[in-house]
Design a protein around this ligand. Sequence first.
Ligand code: GDG
Length: 796
Amino acid sequence: MTAAAADKEPNQNPVRPPSGGADFVVVANRLPVDRDTSGDTPQWTTSPGGLVTALAPVMRENSGAWIGWAGVPDEEIAPFDVDGMHLVPVTLSAQEIINYYEGFSNATLWPLYHDVIVPPEFHRAWWESYVHVNRRFAQAVALEAAAGATVWIHDYQLQLVPALVRALRPDVSIGFFNHIPFPSVELFAQLPWRAQILTGLLGADLIGFQRPADAANFRRAARALLSVTSRGNRISVPADSEAGTEAHVAEARAFPISVDTSALDAQAREPEIIARAAEIREELGDPELLLLGVDRMDYTKGIRHRLKAFGELLADGLLDPEKVTLVQIATPSRERIDQYQQIRSDVELSVGRINGEFSEVGIQPIHYFHHSYPREEMTALYRAADVLLVTALRDGMNLVAKEYVACRPQEDGALVLSEFAGAADQLTQAVLVNPHNIDGLKAEIVRAVAMDPREQRRRMRSMRRRLFREDVQAWSQSFLSELEALDADKDRTSAITADSVPARAIPVSAPAEVDLTPLVQADRLLVALDFDGVIAPLQDDPSTSAPLPESAAAVEALAALPDTVTGYISGRNVSVLKQLSTAPGRAVFVGSHGVEVDFSGLDLTGAENGTTDPAVDDSDPFRYSAAPTEVEQQRLEALDLAFERILDATPAEGHGELRLERKPLGRTFHTRGCSPNRVEFYTEELHRLAAEIEGLRMIVGHAMIEFGVRMDTKGNGLDNMIDRVEATAALYIGDDTTDEDAFIHLHARQSAGLTGLSIKVGPGDTAAEVRLDSPEAVAEVLARLAAERAAHHGLE
Ligand code: GDG
């Protein structure tokens, strides 16, 4: 496949496949487990890390799934559960590990994103593999995510996944977090596939970075290279007809990652850890001062610069090898990549030279370890060390620095920290260094080593306080709640109006022309209807609405048929809707634009037409939906107040007055009967209100504007109804702009295999398939459907 083909292909395949069961999906290159083959049968053990700690509770609460590579090439592994987490392996071939992982991810993107410390390599075969693997990850997400799920994609290996997921599953909420820096546009622009990467990322609703500077670099790159516009943190992403995505807003901002501070602090206080820390010092020959470096063996970590400074300090006599020891742990990493072999030999050469020069019998200035240790040993090392050296040349965050601070319950010790690590933004009380400046680095190491204990305590205390507040749990919570807020916002900013949906002008059909055959023959049919303007002609005073007798008869006939359920989906309250509608005992209801539901009609199969379940207390408006939360209640009160204010300010000229309808979870402002200048005034005021009160969902309809304090739409209501009824086919008829959402949802269900028909009543562009001109025409269609379906069941 050519690179160009790879760019275009992603979205041709599954269109909205049936959704799986996970409400929360984490996507990362690696699953958080390692295979332990030491026993007779291989076992999976969780690899402890900050990300797992932060996300495991969210995963358990939300029936979450984690999608990633299991670390074993060429092996198809079935999904499995470990520690209450559902893990879904994505298979990578040995060749893909070379091209996608070692190649494009770690020899193209990694160096490019870390300020080209080593030159990035650009190879088209690597890119193709990256596209391929990203697509496989996106498909796994599309199959695993439940309807409306939250999907959180991690890191530079998966930058195309957000847009691919958006195209496959427009219903899910998509977050992306970049763990490594995002380079300046001048460097990023080198990437031959820069536009594809930016477009991939912009598929997310929220794009998180470690530092504000990274987020700013990203926004600048998007503006400069894709010609998108941004305002503050928000980028307007245009629709992409090729990918099949609609226009949306993506927010790009910083969410600095952190560590599980309390857990590390608690571990560092355990007697075994304290004893082990003392033992480590003893085994090292009881140095007066213990310096520590902990890094993956990576050229970004500045290990060579650190060793150079340390070696020179020994040579200068500013550090005494008899008193000072440096422990350097460099855990093996990406060992098949040339640049990593190079850094390892450079480091080892340097360690060898320094030790060769300054060691005596019983004295060794550097203890170097090229292997990894259990977490307890790391904590003991942090607890044992007087000074931690973090000299990264570029680092997204650097968790080692934060772990050291968390592991110092006695508030002593000093942290030397590179200003090129993201952690420098939070750990401002560290001894900050520019590792490129070897003289400066040396001076700052001396300063840390000689720091007065009171000064150490003051700095350490302040850093710890911040880390307790800004721990990894706070990090994931703030990211996820921002993502959720954006989702809510989305509903509001896209207040459903006729011009904000992909609508078309379609001709009016005669009732007799509408093809009802698929519905007539369906195994289990849902007939879902809007009420006003569909079953009942519109009235100036909504309380006088009544169904047309022909419609009432047709709905009753339908409700009496086997495997046929009638339902109403309306902006009205469920309780009002029940009174006004026809066949209420058998029907199901979604009221207040999706917020309230009443499916009790489903329990009445076999009961007489029109009877109501005696157990149903219709006077309780919250019987089928939760009562407003405190925040929702405050918003309702704010709306009531605003209503008074608007009435007071109503201009004298004109006639008709704004009317308020109170609903359990919203307020509807009616302007029916008002003169045009008053309608204009009210509409303007109400739009202003939408911007003033947070968390409102605004729906603009015929002579009314509704504000919901809970987020839902007729589209969600219809989905809910289809699922509860277990329908194999659904008809939806609506007349209002609020019904467009239901039409769109029905289209999505049709793509996933449901038999469906959407009908719009009256003029205006619409996403529906068929247009009828009046409620009378609707009555005719419903009567035909009832008669033909009765005949199909042999019930004429
Ligand atoms: C990337 C970004 C960003 C190390 N050796 C051992 C061991 N470790 C643990 C450390 C720490 C983690 O590995 C390394 O995290 P860093 O943040 O320092 O660096 P990267 O691996 O480059 O991580 C980085 C991070 O993502 C998170 O967003 O901060 O900037 O480059 O937790 O303790 N752990 C154990 N034994 C070892 O020998 N158990």
